[in-house]
Design a protein around this ligand. Structure first.
Ligand code: SF4
Length: 294
């Protein structure tokens, strides 16, 4: 199987077969992100992707889950996605779940019927980055999409019967916009009511274009205690019944996990404990441990 460059996948796809349906990120301009900066985005020929599936069939035993990489496999033409999912059904009849990252733009260019068809062919969940519900912050980090567009895309995914997993990033508004970030991000998540919410914490990696801005002091990052305060405000505004909320990525200073809204009082209490100094924050060394091996 062909793998070009570093391959990223959500933590919940640790045991999935990963197939590069696209290489790199079709946007690749978010100023906080370093993930695909080394790659120039391209769409491998359909026959190469199907060839990778056939090779994987030879190499592995039962495959129950497949993750279509890289940053935005959904940007492929609908007919290509139909062919890839059809081939998966044929080659891996035991596979119960296909997932991929999807940018809001690549979702919005599909029709509701096309999304339903992809769901019928086995695409069960889309991972989508909201990052922030604030348009000012989305514009500052060059996300390339507005909160309204992201919400619309998230709703389309859910209306097509797919599960939706949305990530946001604590601290992305810095000291200047932490309250706006907390409230508007909660509101955007509420509007989508995704099955899964993942809250990461801002950290700068490798060649992320925001690094010089931070070094000049033009963007002031939050301290661990400020991140906890922001998360508390976000949690207070979250109203997304049934969403599984996780903030247990390596980048997070403290871990939170529960189902909204029922576990919200417990998670709020845990945040108050942290703000009261009764919970240890993860050290910067531990938060960046994985980056040493890139
Ligand atoms: S955050 Fe996502 S959309 Fe933005 S550049 Fe990175 S991979 Fe691409």
């Amino acid at each position: 199987m062909r793998y070009e460059g570093r391959v990223f996948r959500p933590p919940s796809e640790a045991y999935s077969l990963i197939i590069q349906a696209t290489v790199g990120c079709s946007h690749n301009k978010c100023r906080f992100c370093d993930m695909y900066k080394e790659k120039s985005f391209h769409v491998p020929p359909l026959e190469d992707v199907i060839g990778d599936l056939k090779q994987a069939r030879e190499a592995y035993g039962p495959v129950n889950r497949i993750f279509l990489a890289d940053g935005d496999a959904l940007v492929r033409r609908f007919s290509d996605l139909e062919a890839i999912l059809g081939a998966i059904q044929e080659i891996f009849p035991e596979c119960g779940r296909v997932t991929s990252y999807g940018s809001p733009r690549s979702i919005l260019i599909k029709t509701p019927e096309q999304l339903r068809r992809l769901r019928a062919l086995g695409l069960k969940m889309i991972y989508m980055g909201l990052e922030s519900g604030s348009d000012a912050i989305l514009s500052h980090v060059n996300k390339g999409e507005t909160a309204a567009e992201i919400i619309k895309a998230g709703r389309m995914v859910r209306e097509a019967g797919m599960k939706l997993s949305v990530t946001a990033i604590s601290g992305l508004g810095g000291k200047a916009r932490w309250q706006e970030h907390a409230v508007k991000t909660a509101e955007a998540l509420n509007a989508m009511n995704p099955e899964y919410i993942g809250l990461l914490t801002f950290r700068l990696e490798g060649q992320a274009p925001m690094i010089p801005e931070v070094e000049r002091g033009d963007f002031q990052m939050l301290t661990p205690i400020e991140v906890a305060r922001e998360t508390l405000l976000m949690m207070e505004h979250l109203d997304s019944p049934g969403s599984v909320f996780r903030s247990n990525h390596i980048s997070n200073y403290i871990n939170l996990s529960g189902t909204l809204n029922q576990d919200k009082p417990r998670m709020l209490a845990e945040l108050h404990e942290a703000l009261g100094g009764r919970v240890a924050f993860k050290s910067e060394e531990m938060r960046n441990w994985d980056l040493k091996f890139h």
